[in-house]
Design a protein around this ligand. Structure first.
Ligand code: AMP
Length: 283
Protein backbone atom coordinates (compact mmCIF):
# COMPACT_ATOMS: atom_id res chain seq x y z
CA UNK A 1 0.00 0.00 0.00
CA UNK A 2 1.53 3.35 -1.07
CA UNK A 3 1.30 6.47 1.09
CA UNK A 4 0.65 9.69 -0.83
CA UNK A 5 0.46 13.12 0.77
CA UNK A 6 -1.48 15.95 -0.87
CA UNK A 7 -2.40 19.49 0.13
CA UNK A 8 -5.26 19.59 2.63
CA UNK A 9 -6.75 22.82 1.37
CA UNK A 10 -5.52 25.70 -0.74
CA UNK A 11 -4.43 26.29 -4.30
CA UNK A 12 -3.33 22.76 -5.18
CA UNK A 13 -6.06 20.75 -3.47
CA UNK A 14 -8.92 20.77 -5.99
CA UNK A 15 -6.79 20.11 -9.08
CA UNK A 16 -4.92 17.34 -7.25
CA UNK A 17 -8.16 15.57 -6.34
CA UNK A 18 -9.43 16.10 -9.91
CA UNK A 19 -6.25 14.52 -11.37
CA UNK A 20 -6.53 11.52 -9.04
CA UNK A 21 -10.19 11.09 -9.99
CA UNK A 22 -9.29 11.15 -13.68
CA UNK A 23 -6.79 8.37 -12.85
CA UNK A 24 -9.81 6.46 -11.45
CA UNK A 25 -8.52 6.94 -7.90
CA UNK A 26 -11.36 8.21 -5.76
CA UNK A 27 -11.25 9.83 -2.33
CA UNK A 28 -14.40 8.96 -0.38
CA UNK A 29 -15.67 12.09 1.34
CA UNK A 30 -13.99 11.81 4.73
CA UNK A 31 -15.20 15.11 6.23
CA UNK A 32 -12.24 16.61 8.03
CA UNK A 33 -10.15 13.43 7.99
CA UNK A 34 -6.38 13.70 7.56
CA UNK A 35 -5.96 10.08 6.40
CA UNK A 36 -8.12 8.59 3.67
CA UNK A 37 -8.07 5.13 2.14
CA UNK A 38 -8.40 5.71 -1.62
CA UNK A 39 -10.71 3.62 -3.79
CA UNK A 40 -9.52 2.23 -7.12
CA UNK A 41 -5.81 2.00 -6.18
CA UNK A 42 -3.86 0.64 -3.18
CA UNK A 43 -3.16 4.09 -1.80
CA UNK A 44 -3.53 5.81 1.56
CA UNK A 45 -3.82 9.57 1.15
CA UNK A 46 -2.68 12.01 3.84
CA UNK A 47 -3.85 15.63 3.73
CA UNK A 48 -1.38 18.21 5.02
CA UNK A 49 -0.28 21.83 4.63
CA UNK A 50 1.76 22.39 1.43
CA UNK A 51 4.76 23.75 3.32
CA UNK A 52 4.84 20.75 5.73
CA UNK A 53 4.85 18.17 2.94
CA UNK A 54 8.62 18.12 2.12
CA UNK A 55 9.51 17.07 5.68
CA UNK A 56 7.19 14.05 5.59
CA UNK A 57 8.54 13.03 2.19
CA UNK A 58 12.20 13.59 3.02
CA UNK A 59 11.94 11.42 6.15
CA UNK A 60 10.22 8.60 4.24
CA UNK A 61 7.10 8.85 6.45
CA UNK A 62 5.21 8.89 3.13
CA UNK A 63 6.27 7.46 -0.25
CA UNK A 64 4.92 10.11 -2.60
CA UNK A 65 3.67 13.69 -2.57
CA UNK A 66 1.83 16.05 -4.88
CA UNK A 67 3.05 19.56 -4.08
CA UNK A 68 4.35 22.80 -5.55
CA UNK A 69 7.87 22.25 -6.91
CA UNK A 70 8.93 25.56 -5.34
CA UNK A 71 8.26 24.05 -1.90
CA UNK A 72 10.86 21.34 -2.53
CA UNK A 73 13.37 23.93 -3.76
CA UNK A 74 12.72 26.11 -0.71
CA UNK A 75 13.58 23.19 1.59
CA UNK A 76 16.61 22.31 -0.58
CA UNK A 77 15.08 18.84 -0.75
CA UNK A 78 16.76 15.90 -2.48
CA UNK A 79 13.42 14.14 -3.15
CA UNK A 80 13.21 13.28 -6.86
CA UNK A 81 10.46 14.84 -8.99
CA UNK A 82 8.83 11.97 -10.91
CA UNK A 83 6.45 14.06 -13.03
CA UNK A 84 5.43 17.68 -13.52
CA UNK A 85 1.67 17.91 -13.44
CA UNK A 86 0.92 21.06 -15.45
CA UNK A 87 -1.16 22.98 -12.89
CA UNK A 88 -0.45 25.58 -10.13
CA UNK A 89 2.07 27.18 -12.49
CA UNK A 90 3.85 30.17 -10.98
CA UNK A 91 7.26 31.80 -10.66
CA UNK A 92 9.20 33.09 -7.68
CA UNK A 93 10.15 36.65 -8.61
CA UNK A 94 11.80 39.73 -7.20
CA UNK A 95 9.71 42.89 -7.47
CA UNK A 96 10.31 46.55 -6.62
CA UNK A 97 8.02 49.62 -6.41
CA UNK A 98 7.03 50.92 -9.89
CA UNK A 99 8.92 54.20 -9.45
CA UNK A 100 12.24 52.46 -8.63
CA UNK A 101 15.03 53.08 -11.14
CA UNK A 102 16.04 49.40 -11.07
CA UNK A 103 19.38 49.06 -12.85
CA UNK A 104 19.98 45.30 -12.61
CA UNK A 105 20.96 42.77 -9.95
CA UNK A 106 23.57 45.11 -8.42
CA UNK A 107 20.72 47.38 -7.35
CA UNK A 108 19.79 44.69 -4.79
CA UNK A 109 23.20 44.85 -3.07
CA UNK A 110 22.71 45.64 0.67
CA UNK A 111 18.96 46.24 0.19
CA UNK A 112 16.27 44.82 2.46
CA UNK A 113 14.11 42.17 0.72
CA UNK A 114 10.91 40.77 2.27
CA UNK A 115 9.94 37.19 1.42
CA UNK A 116 8.27 34.01 2.66
CA UNK A 117 10.86 32.01 0.66
CA UNK A 118 14.21 32.90 2.31
CA UNK A 119 16.00 29.68 1.33
CA UNK A 120 15.35 30.03 -2.41
CA UNK A 121 16.15 33.74 -2.34
CA UNK A 122 19.37 33.29 -0.36
CA UNK A 123 20.65 30.66 -2.81
CA UNK A 124 19.67 32.79 -5.82
CA UNK A 125 21.40 35.92 -4.51
CA UNK A 126 24.43 33.86 -3.42
CA UNK A 127 24.78 32.43 -6.96
CA UNK A 128 24.83 36.01 -8.31
CA UNK A 129 27.30 37.28 -5.70
CA UNK A 130 24.76 39.68 -4.14
CA UNK A 131 24.54 40.35 -0.37
CA UNK A 132 21.16 41.53 0.90
CA UNK A 133 19.23 41.70 4.14
CA UNK A 134 16.52 39.03 3.83
CA UNK A 135 13.49 39.78 5.97
CA UNK A 136 11.31 36.66 6.39
CA UNK A 137 7.57 37.26 6.73
CA UNK A 138 4.68 34.80 6.70
CA UNK A 139 2.37 36.38 4.13
CA UNK A 140 1.06 39.56 2.45
CA UNK A 141 4.63 40.24 1.40
CA UNK A 142 3.49 42.71 -1.29
CA UNK A 143 2.66 45.41 1.25
CA UNK A 144 6.16 45.43 2.80
CA UNK A 145 7.65 48.18 0.56
CA UNK A 146 4.60 50.44 1.11
CA UNK A 147 4.98 50.04 4.89
CA UNK A 148 8.68 50.91 4.67
CA UNK A 149 9.67 47.42 5.82
CA UNK A 150 11.61 46.49 2.66
CA UNK A 151 13.06 47.93 -0.57
CA UNK A 152 12.00 44.89 -2.62
CA UNK A 153 10.01 41.69 -2.26
CA UNK A 154 10.47 38.12 -3.44
CA UNK A 155 7.19 36.27 -3.87
CA UNK A 156 5.24 33.79 -5.99
CA UNK A 157 3.56 35.33 -9.02
CA UNK A 158 1.14 33.75 -11.46
CA UNK A 159 -0.91 36.40 -13.33
CA UNK A 160 0.98 39.36 -11.84
CA UNK A 161 -2.27 41.06 -10.77
CA UNK A 162 -1.31 41.17 -7.05
CA UNK A 163 1.97 42.91 -7.88
CA UNK A 164 0.11 45.35 -10.15
CA UNK A 165 -2.50 46.11 -7.49
CA UNK A 166 0.28 46.93 -5.03
CA UNK A 167 2.26 49.22 -7.35
CA UNK A 168 5.13 46.74 -7.84
CA UNK A 169 7.01 45.62 -10.95
CA UNK A 170 8.69 42.27 -11.49
CA UNK A 171 12.44 42.64 -12.09
CA UNK A 172 14.05 39.20 -11.70
CA UNK A 173 12.83 35.61 -11.86
CA UNK A 174 14.28 33.30 -9.20
CA UNK A 175 12.59 30.08 -10.31
CA UNK A 176 9.59 28.60 -12.13
CA UNK A 177 7.25 26.15 -10.46
CA UNK A 178 4.23 23.93 -11.04
CA UNK A 179 2.58 21.10 -9.14
CA UNK A 180 4.62 17.89 -9.29
CA UNK A 181 4.62 14.29 -8.14
CA UNK A 182 7.70 13.74 -5.99
CA UNK A 183 9.01 10.61 -4.25
CA UNK A 184 10.77 9.89 -0.97
CA UNK A 185 14.57 9.58 -1.38
CA UNK A 186 14.35 5.80 -0.86
CA UNK A 187 11.42 3.60 -1.90
CA UNK A 188 10.98 -0.07 -1.03
CA UNK A 189 11.50 -2.35 -4.05
CA UNK A 190 7.93 -3.68 -3.79
CA UNK A 191 6.51 -0.14 -3.86
CA UNK A 192 8.28 0.70 -7.13
CA UNK A 193 5.82 -1.45 -9.12
CA UNK A 194 2.90 0.48 -7.64
CA UNK A 195 4.65 3.81 -8.26
CA UNK A 196 5.16 2.81 -11.92
CA UNK A 197 1.46 1.89 -12.20
CA UNK A 198 0.42 5.23 -10.69
CA UNK A 199 2.80 7.12 -13.01
CA UNK A 200 1.40 5.22 -16.00
CA UNK A 201 -2.11 6.39 -15.11
CA UNK A 202 -1.05 9.99 -14.45
CA UNK A 203 0.90 10.20 -17.73
CA UNK A 204 -2.07 8.81 -19.69
CA UNK A 205 -4.33 11.52 -18.20
CA UNK A 206 -1.80 14.32 -18.76
CA UNK A 207 -1.21 13.22 -22.35
CA UNK A 208 -4.98 13.15 -22.90
CA UNK A 209 -5.25 16.73 -21.61
CA UNK A 210 -2.52 17.87 -24.00
CA UNK A 211 -4.14 16.38 -27.13
CA UNK A 212 -7.38 16.65 -29.13
CA UNK A 213 -9.12 14.07 -31.28
CA UNK A 214 -9.88 15.54 -34.72
CA UNK A 215 -12.30 14.21 -37.34
CA UNK A 216 -12.70 15.92 -40.72
CA UNK A 217 -13.98 15.42 -44.24
CA UNK A 218 -11.74 16.05 -47.23
CA UNK A 219 -11.86 15.68 -51.01
CA UNK A 220 -9.93 12.51 -51.95
CA UNK A 221 -7.67 14.43 -54.34
CA UNK A 222 -6.52 16.58 -51.39
CA UNK A 223 -5.74 13.62 -49.14
CA UNK A 224 -1.97 13.65 -49.70
CA UNK A 225 -1.77 17.39 -48.93
CA UNK A 226 -3.90 16.95 -45.79
CA UNK A 227 -1.86 13.98 -44.53
CA UNK A 228 1.30 16.08 -44.95
CA UNK A 229 -0.20 18.73 -42.65
CA UNK A 230 -1.33 16.28 -39.95
CA UNK A 231 1.36 15.00 -37.57
CA UNK A 232 -0.86 12.33 -35.91
CA UNK A 233 0.30 9.60 -33.52
CA UNK A 234 1.45 7.25 -36.29
CA UNK A 235 -0.58 8.23 -39.34
CA UNK A 236 -4.18 9.44 -39.74
CA UNK A 237 -7.03 6.94 -40.15
CA UNK A 238 -8.71 7.42 -43.54
CA UNK A 239 -12.15 6.00 -44.41
CA UNK A 240 -14.19 6.61 -47.56
CA UNK A 241 -17.45 8.60 -47.23
CA UNK A 242 -20.71 7.42 -48.81
CA UNK A 243 -20.34 10.36 -51.25
CA UNK A 244 -17.82 9.44 -53.97
CA UNK A 245 -14.61 11.51 -54.08
CA UNK A 246 -14.61 12.27 -50.30
CA UNK A 247 -12.90 10.71 -47.31
CA UNK A 248 -13.13 11.05 -43.55
CA UNK A 249 -9.80 11.62 -41.77
CA UNK A 250 -9.29 10.97 -38.04
CA UNK A 251 -6.23 11.92 -36.08
CA UNK A 252 -4.82 13.16 -32.75
CA UNK A 253 -3.28 16.64 -32.47
CA UNK A 254 -1.26 18.33 -29.74
CA UNK A 255 -3.27 21.20 -28.30
CA UNK A 256 -0.34 23.58 -28.80
CA UNK A 257 -0.22 22.81 -32.56
CA UNK A 258 -3.96 22.93 -33.00
CA UNK A 259 -4.82 26.41 -34.36
CA UNK A 260 -2.00 26.78 -36.93
CA UNK A 261 -2.83 23.30 -38.27
CA UNK A 262 -6.57 24.11 -38.48
CA UNK A 263 -5.79 27.09 -40.75
CA UNK A 264 -3.68 24.95 -43.10
CA UNK A 265 -6.31 22.18 -43.15
CA UNK A 266 -9.08 24.55 -44.21
CA UNK A 267 -6.90 26.00 -46.95
CA UNK A 268 -6.30 22.44 -48.17
CA UNK A 269 -10.08 21.87 -48.49
CA UNK A 270 -10.95 20.14 -45.17
CA UNK A 271 -14.60 20.54 -44.09
CA UNK A 272 -16.86 19.54 -41.20
CA UNK A 273 -13.98 19.53 -38.73
CA UNK A 274 -14.95 17.98 -35.37
CA UNK A 275 -12.66 18.40 -32.35
CA UNK A 276 -13.08 16.30 -29.21
CA UNK A 277 -11.32 16.07 -25.84
CA UNK A 278 -9.40 12.89 -25.01
CA UNK A 279 -9.90 11.32 -21.61
CA UNK A 280 -6.68 9.28 -21.60
CA UNK A 281 -3.93 8.80 -24.16
CA UNK A 282 -1.52 5.88 -24.14
CA UNK A 283 0.84 6.35 -27.10
P1 AMP B 1 -1.28 27.68 -0.67
O1 AMP B 1 -0.58 27.03 0.49
O2 AMP B 1 -2.66 27.21 -0.88
O3 AMP B 1 -1.13 29.18 -0.73
O4 AMP B 1 -0.49 27.13 -1.98
C1 AMP B 1 0.78 27.57 -2.18
C2 AMP B 1 1.35 26.87 -3.39
O5 AMP B 1 0.56 27.16 -4.53
C3 AMP B 1 2.73 27.44 -3.70
O6 AMP B 1 3.74 26.78 -3.00
C4 AMP B 1 2.83 27.30 -5.19
O7 AMP B 1 3.36 26.03 -5.51
C5 AMP B 1 1.38 27.36 -5.68
N1 AMP B 1 1.04 28.66 -6.33
C6 AMP B 1 0.67 28.81 -7.62
N2 AMP B 1 0.44 30.10 -7.91
C7 AMP B 1 0.67 30.80 -6.80
C8 AMP B 1 0.60 32.19 -6.46
N3 AMP B 1 0.27 33.12 -7.35
N4 AMP B 1 0.85 32.56 -5.19
C9 AMP B 1 1.16 31.63 -4.27
N5 AMP B 1 1.26 30.31 -4.54
C10 AMP B 1 1.02 29.88 -5.77
Amino acid sequence: MLKLVIQKSGRLHDETVQLLQECDIRLPDGGNQLRIQARGFPLVIYLLRNSDIPRYLESGTVDLAILGQNTLVEENSNCPVLERLGFARCRLSLAVPNDTAYSGLNWLQDRCIATSYPGSLRRFLGSKGIQADIHEIGGSVEVAPKLGLADAICDLVSSGSTLFANGLKEVEQVLESEACLAAAPVLAQGDMTLVDELLFRIRAVLAGRQHRYVLLNAPSDQLDAICQILPGLKSPTVTPLAVPGWVSVQTVLRESEFWPIMGSLRKAGAEGILVMPIEKLIA
